[in-house]
Design a protein around this ligand. Structure first.
Ligand code: ZN
Ligand code: ZN
Length: 249
């Protein structure tokens, strides 16, 4: 599978990146993990805007979901006629949340364009991928995702505080895309975000092969986040996510 970083800014878009979004492709099937603010613009630098077969939304904070509203326009009103209806996986209430954000009438809402489905608890097939989700530690219903294809594993944390469940979800992952939204400071709120050091510790415990730090907040110093992760004891390669970075697994 191939993973492309479309947006990796945490909590709000930064000068060089939209908020969270990652393109995952295999066997001609393309899906977006998260669709945060600005991601639909960035997507067009790397991929046909309509050539998406599924969207997975980790949680309903705007930096992870809000561009689904404008993506609805792109797919519904494109000049060649509406693009095929695609599944959108997310927490309970995703459809209602999006309708409200757009101020659409609930019937039909966005259902002619998107087939909204709640995440299934066990592993499920999505195109050529096997997807496993797990609840993370965040103030709202938020999921981490494990995507498997051809014996390779991508794990994406979404947003989370420290989590043993995340360690299990990232077990032996070839690529662990882990949020590092906090810089190490005293009195950080629990069950919100991870620091670079904590991301590294989760990767170490999971036995992940490679760690990419993401959800980088514009007011943080990325060099500090990277240094924290490198001091965590994780033995594999660590890097900061960047728009356009591609990983072949
Ligand atoms: Zn976030
Ligand atoms: Zn969040």
């Amino acid at each position: 599978m191939r993973v492309t970083v479309i947006g990796c800014s945490g909590s709000f878009p930064g000068p060089d990146s939209p908020a969270s979004s990652y393109l995952v492709e295999a066997d001609g099937f393309s899906m977006l993990l998260d669709i945060g603010n600005g991601s639909i613009g960035s997507l067009q630098r790397f991929h046909g805007v309509l050539d998406i077969d599924a969207v997975c939304i980790s949680h309903l904070h705007p930096d992870h979901c809000l561009d689904l509203t404008v993506y609805w326009i792109a797919r519904t009103y494109c000049p060649g006629g509406p693009a095929p209806r695609i599944p959108v996986y997310g927490p309970e209430g995703t459809a209602e949340h999006m309708i409200k954000a757009y101020e659409l009438e609930p019937n039909p809402g966005m259902t002619d364009t998107f087939e909204f489905r709640p995440f299934e608890p066990g592993p499920f097939a999505l195109g050529p991928f096997t997807v496993t989700t797990a609840l993370m530690n965040h103030p709202v219903e938020a999921y981490g995702l494990r995507i498997e294809h051809g014996g390779k594993v991508l794990t994406y944390s979404g947003d989370t505080g420290r989590s043993d469940v995340l360690v299990r979800l990232a077990r032996d992952a070839d690529l662990f895309l882990c949020e590092a939204g906090f810089e190490d400071r005293p009195d950080l709120p629990p069950d919100m975000h991870l620091t670079g050091r904590e991301a590294g510790e989760h990767a170490q415990r999971a036995g992940a092969a490679r760690l990419v730090l993401t959800h980088l907040l514009p007011w943080n110093d990325p060099a500090e986040t990277l240094a924290e992760a490198k001091a965590s004891g994780f033995g594999g390669p660590i890097e900061l996510a960047e728009v356009g970075a591609r990983y072949e697994l």
